[in-house]
Ligand binder design. Structure first.
Ligand SMILES: *Cc1c(COP(=O)(O)O)cnc(C)c1O
Length: 439
């Protein structure tokens, strides 16, 4: 029989003297008792802010609302809460009101790249589908802060049906990523409906769900949910742990249920100043993740969304962390560090340099220890000069299994069949002169 920890017991009693452990472990009870105001926060944790600080905090949550599950609240170390990584992710900072020069409401142009409301089609073969605007905890670093708590942007059934219709009519989409909000805040029946509609579409090969419930509401991962999800394979699940302290007995149990059911699990962290901008913390985090069968997938540079400037680190911090991981630890424990390009360019991977120099027959490389080495390239290589005539190619791919796609971007320049010799941005002055335009 599970028991309360000491702090959980205190919080539970302060919420209501009759709270049982079975209530606490019921995700609907947790969702119903979310902390939405500063008074309750103070009361439950037994701390108090000064008058002046309270006023700015009130102003902050007017703009960016507050919501914390009692479970996530119980992870805060009250003796040093101002430095606590859980506190910093959950509780507002007046710094959120500082709008910096670079801030934007929708830096990733998710709404601009939407062919149907709530559906972003940015890459050739996959879409991001916002099926929920609801979260149990409002992450202070949310990249979609513009939508947090905004009841007007909650997708209704009609809107979701329109998104499904777009996917059905777009054969290029083979991968659908459900996001939000948190898709696991939908009830089982509604999620079941969406997943059933999507798996029935022949060209949809895989589904993915991005959820933070294993971190902030682990009791959401119920046996019923898992049984329902299992009907919709192949389904990949990505979660969002940012700090090793978030991996608790309850979150481990949630992850184990998902892994035992056969879902490949990944994790997307955001690099956050004052939370996890430290190579030792990140190494501890990725070790704990792989020990729980979760593969670190991405480490995000913090976006340029409004109200996040105090969370941003220089890109060099991310590179320092990646440098401290590659080679130093398990290869599959190393996430890909990415910057999501402002303006909708998508995720751009960023890595330290490992190629130091190059001659026609040699590549000079360095490893994680600083060893510099030369790789001798082959004396002869029967280069395949591709003319796209796969039927006569000596590589025996059954082409009917691999639909042809036209090269995109840099792959145009690498493709011997494509005649593109340069990719040139639009509207440069040089091109203006060439076309005889003045000014
Ligand atoms: C991140 C993202 C995806 C998925 O990208 P992967 O690199 O395949 O994980 C798809 N669409 C949008 C708009 C995204 O932001």
């Amino acid at each position: 029989m599970p028991k309360f920890t000491e702090i959980q017991q205190q919080i539970a009693e302060r919420i209501s003297p009759d709270t049982l452990i079975s209530h606490w472990r019921d995700w609907r009870w947790q969702a119903r008792h979310r902390i939405r105001d500063i008074d309750t926060f103070e009361k439950l944790l037994g701390i108090q802010f000064g008058d002046e600080e309270r006023q700015t905090l009130e102003k902050t949550i007017e703009k960016f609302p507050l919501s914390i599950t009692p479970y996530y609240l119980s992870l805060i170390d009250r003796s040093d809460f101002r430095n606590d990584p859980v506190y910093k992710q959950a509780f507002p900072s007046p710094a959120e009101l500082n709008v910096s020069r670079a801030d934007m409401a929708d830096p990733l142009h998710e709404d601009a790249d939407a062919p149907a409301p709530g559906l972003t089609h940015r890459y050739p073969d996959r879409v991001l589908f916002h099926v929920s605007n609801v979260c149990s905890m409002y992450c202070r670093h949310c990249t979609r802060k513009r939508k947090v708590g905004d009841v007007d942007s909650i997708p209704d059934r009609e809107q979701i049906a329109a998104g499904i219709e777009y996917i059905r009519n777009t054969p290029a989409v083979r991968d659908v990523l459900l996001s939000g909000g948190d898709p696991f805040l939908l009830d089982d029946a509604q999620l079941d409906w969406i997943l059933s509609e999507l798996t029935a579409i022949e060209h949809v090969e895989i589904l993915r769900i991005g959820t933070r419930t294993p971190v902030v509401l682990p009791y959401r991962i119920t046996d019923d949910l898992v049984t329902m999800l299992k009907k919709h394979q192949p389904l990949w699940i990505n979660t969002h742990f940012n700090h090793p302290r978030e991996i608790t007995a309850a979150s481990r149990a949630a992850l184990a249920k998902l892994a035992d059911a056969g879902f490949p699990l990944g994790n997307q962290s955001v690099l956050l100043a004052g939370v996890n901008d430290c190579p030792r913390i990140m190494k501890r985090l990725v070790h704990k993740l792989v020990a729980n069968r979760v593969r670190p997938y991405y480490l995000y540079q913090c976006d340029l969304s409004e109200g996040l400037s105090h969370f941003r680190t220089p890109v060099g911090k991310g590179l320092e962390i990646v440098e401290s991981l590659i080679g130093h630890t398990t290869g599959f424990a190393v996430p890909t560090y990415v910057i999501d390009a402002p303006g909708g360019g998508g995720k751009i991977p960023v890595m330290p340099n490992y190629v130091l120099s190059w001659a026609t027959d040699r590549v000079v490389l360095r490893n994680y220890e600083g060893v510099i080495t030369a790789y001798q390239e082959p004396d002869s290589y029967p280069a395949i000069d591709c003319d796209r005539n796969c039927a006569e190619c000596t590589l025996t791919l059954k082409t009917e299994d691999a639909p042809e796609q036209d090269p995109v971007g840099i792959t145009k320049l690498l493709d011997s069949y494509d005649e593109t010799i340069a990719l040139v941005p639009e509207g440069t002055e040089r091109l203006g002169r060439r076309n005889g335009e003045s000014d």
